[in-house]
Design a protein around this ligand. Structure first.
Ligand code: ADP
Ligand code: MG
Length: 391
């Protein structure tokens, strides 16, 4: 990857070519990796998540009229739209993330102004590191600054999630947008998806977080993600008949689940079991990462992956090959899935001094097993979205 100053120079030059002159405001929003808590967000549970030093930038300059001109350097694609009549784009669907945020903000009564904007991202697309949320949160941060909206990070995240749900049409939970908006450098984020609150436990400095991308993608646009959501909702609805007060799987204990097992279809039971256990693992891992409790990190990550495979069934063979490669690599403390599963990125906790050798081993072993060249890279806990100061 290029250095920050190379990146600034590249964006500045492209801005001059596209729009003439200089941007007056730069904003950034990070991608994220979940360290524990697969699919717990839409069950109003907990997630241990981390904003990463892979970011989406928008360099912009306000306009006097109500036009938004937006261009992406990653896709070499751009479009304009008017703020008075925001429609979906078929020709450049990626602009719907930007349009959606503008639409939702205006529907909430915020007065926006037009701008010329240039997007550049180092978050890989569709790999489970949430480039879509980074783009939404960068857009909202830009409007927030440009138009003085006074949005706090949580409100901003909620509105970005609404944009993705209602305008883009992806029924995602709050995890991605929340992490991108609210993180703190050097810390992980323990998110309570029901109350929309978080704490920022420290990450032990000797632990490196390493992303292992299977480079295999199975699109979630299929039925899998909505089906999992529906199964969780169905479990909660059935359990609520037995235990008044249950709204989501967040409210159910393992004992309650097992006592009511006969009421549930076997698949639904297994889905619910995974979510309830995964929620507890989130809380446990937060402590283990602060103190570097190695046996605990190893056990929790192994249980999480086993549950994802056997109970939640979001594991594909490429992920099995990757976890095998990660588990016998030098310096590994623990390894599990990340994102929604079905390929994409996975995450390892690695002794900081071993990151390079870990990467070499994983790349070679994964390629030998699958023929696919995976990518392996360490990430640091980055700050949440905000204004970027460029030299
Ligand atoms: P993920 O969020 O896991 O990366 P998604 O499928 O939810 O995957 O979002 C990826 C999509 O977001 C891309 O296909 C593109 O439409 C849009 N996107 C994200 N970042 C950018 C960018 N820098 N420029 C243009 N489009 C982007
Ligand atoms: Mg996404």
């Amino acid at each position: 990857m290029e250095t920050v100053s190379e990146r600034v120079a590249q964006v500045r030059a492209a801005f001059a070519t596209l729009y003439g002159g200089e941007p007056t405001l730069w904003v950034q929003a990070p991608g994220r990796v979940d360290l524990m808590g697969s699919h717990t967000d839409y069950n109003e549970g907990y997630v241990l998540t981390m904003p990463i030093d892979r970011t989406t930038w928008i360099a912009a300059r306000p306009r006097d009229d109500r036009q938004v001109r937006i261009h992406s350097l990653n896709l070499a694609s751009g479009e304009s739209f008017g703020l008075d009549d925001i429609q979906r784009s078929e020709a450049a669907p990626w602009t719907n993330y930007v349009r959606g945020v503008a639409k939702v903000l205006q529907d909430e009564g915020y007065a926006l102004c037009g701008f010329d904007g240039l997007v550049h991202s180092t978050v890989p697309f569709s790999s489970g590191l949430s480039s879509s949320a980074a783009l939404e949160v960068a857009t909202a941060t830009l409007f927030n600054e440009l138009c003085g909206l006074g949005l706090d990070p949580v409100r901003l995240a909620v509105l970005c999630q609404r944009a993705e749900n209602t305008f883009v049409g992806v029924n995602c939970g709050i995890l991605d947008q929340y992490t991108s908006a609210a993180g703190r450098a050097g810390h992980v984020l323990l998110l309570d998806c029901r109350h929309l609150t978080h704490t920022v436990p420290p990450l032990h400095p000797d632990i490196a977080i390493v992303i292992c991308d299977t480079r295999y993608k199975r699109a979630l646009t299929g039925s899998e993600y909505p089906q999992r959501r529906a199964q969780c909702e169905s479990a909660a609805a059935t359990l609520a008949q037995r235990y008044p007060g249950v709204r989501t799987l967040r409210d159910v204990t393992l004992e309650q689940l097992d006592a009511a097992r006969t009421l549930l279809d076997d698949t639904v039971y297994r889905r619910a079991r995974f979510i309830i256990q995964e929620n507890q693992r989130v809380l446990d891992l937060a402590g283990a990462l602060s103190t570097k409790d190695v046996p605990c990190i190893a056990a929790l990550t192994a249980e999480s992956f086993a549950g994802a495979r056997d109970l939640y069934e979001i594991v594909v063979p490429q992920m099995e090959a990757m976890i095998a490669a990660m588990r016998c690599a030098p310096g590994v403390l623990g390894a599990r899935q990340a994102g929604a599963g079905f390929g994409g990125c996975m995450v390892a906790f690695v002794e900081r001094g071993c990151v390079e050798r870990f990467g070499e081993h994983v790349r070679a072993a994964y390629q030998a097993a699958t023929g696919i060249e995976g990518t392996v890279f360490a990430v640091e806990a980055a700050p949440g979205a905000g204004v970027l100061t460029v030299g």
